[in-house]
Design a protein around this ligand. Structure first.
Ligand code: SF4
Length: 385
């Protein structure tokens, strides 16, 4: 049984040094601490996020989040409207939201200040906020992702039993899409759960059902981390419930017994790459994008965002295929963080002064800039790729 406690925090909005290259958020807000859904694989359990180990049973209600966020955005001199990721280490539509309304309060302030939003949830409660989500979609950009790692109810009972069943999440996606014509909705197969839900028929059924439900994209990752406390929690439950799968995890993650759990991390590329390539094939087969089209601001940043999007998409594809991706990733992030339009840097022949933008990547950036110019010359709406 979860306990709920109210607590005041000094700040509510976190600004990231580098954007999230999957969901495109520059800022993050966690309206609650802890998550009553308590999924077996949740990496919020790892020490990395400084949550209490039983974070599913101790939910902290952050006080005064709406006025606090309003003050922060009203006074901000150094903040520019950009994507805010709601949730992340908490589900912002867990049951507490129906009573406390912190997520709704944040969305209303973000709409007031014209900030775009991405949120990921497993909850049906998100439908309650269809009005404000669509309003944000009309103003700027709004994307809602539903995390679904399996369609199998038995496996779901093991890995995310306290959240609504997977089919209910797909129905919620469809209903939200009908209610909000101006937002994007999609499915996150994150993480793809080794052994339990990673064979081709299961993933085919999941991507096919996503398509049928009207998803605009399917994002995936086969690199399920198992770190410190998260590894102990996941593996001890798995050992007790499915000893055959537990033995397969031993081989995959390379451990002998519980004494080794602290040294684990992600499965090897020899496992992850073929699974990711399978997901790429399934997305192609069902004609579903594996990336979310990003928010493009209507100011001088637009050209940088478009070029960065291309490079970061490329890095994602290379990573999925097990190729070296880091140079493309950092070139994209460094262009993203420029404080002037990249075409002005290029006009001064100074592209090489941007870290990781040299050689082949600089040539590709020049081609993108040429495309961008020819498209903006030939039509009034700018855009490449
Ligand atoms: S819903 Fe998300 S944040 Fe909540 S426990 Fe599950 S994985 Fe973690």
């Amino acid at each position: 049984m979860a306990t709920y406690a109210k607590k005041t925090f000094k700040s509510i909005l976190n600004k990231k040094k580098f954007i999230d290259s999957w969901f495109w958020d520059r800022y993050s807000i966690n309206p609650y601490n802890g998550c009553v859904f308590g999924c077996l694989y949740c990496d919020a359990r790892s020490g990395h996020y400084h949550m209490p180990e039983d974070f599913e049973n101790n939910i902290v209600i952050k006080e005064d989040v709406g006025p606090m966020l309003d003050r922060r955005l009203s006074r901000a001199r150094t903040l520019e409207p950009d994507v805010v990721g709601l949730g992340g280490v908490t589900d912002c539509y867990q049951p507490a939201e129906s009573k406390y309304g912190n997520s709704r309060a944040c969305l209303e302030v973000l709409a007031k200040h014209h900030y775009p939003v991405h949120l990921a949830t497993k909850s049906t409660l998100v439908l309650r906020d269809a009005d404000i989500l669509n309003e944000i979609g009309v103003q700027t950009w709004c994307t809602v992702s539903f995390t679904i790692t399996t369609l199998d109810d038995e496996i779901s009972r093991l890995v995310d039993n306290r959240a609504p069943p997977p089919r209910r999440r797909l129905e919620t996606l469809s209903a939200l899409k009908r209610a909000c014509p101006d937002i994007r909705t999609g499915v996150l197969v994150i993480p793809l759960i080794p052994v339990l839900s990673d064979d081709e028929p299961a993933l085919d059924a999941l991507v096919s059902a996503s398509r049928e439900a009207g998803a605009d994209y399917v994002l995936f990752s086969a690199g399920m981390s198992l770190r410190d406390r998260q590894a102990h929690y996941f593996l001890s439950h798995l050992e007790a419930s499915n000893s055959e799968a537990y033995h397969q995890y031993k081989e995959l993650y390379g451990f002998s017994d519980a004494a080794d759990y602290d040294g684990l991390n992600a499965p090897p590329a020899s496992y992850a790459t073929p699974k990711q390539q399978l997901m790429l094939r399934l997305c192609a087969h069902y004609d579903l994008p594996y990336r979310i089209p990003r928010f493009i601001p209507r100011d001088w940043r637009a050209i940088n965002y478009r070029v960065a999007e291309r490079l970061l998409n490329h890095a994602y594809l290379r990573q999925a295929n097990g190729q070296y991706w880091q140079n493309f990733y950092w070139a994209g992030q460094n262009i993203q963080n420029l404080r002037e339009p990249i075409d002005e840097v290029s006009a001064r022949n100074e592209l090489h002064s941007i870290r990781n933008v040299g050689g082949k990547i600089a040539e590709e950036v020049l081609q993108m800039l040429d495309q961008y110019r020819s498209q903006t010359d030939s039509r009034s709406t700018p855009g490449i790729g």
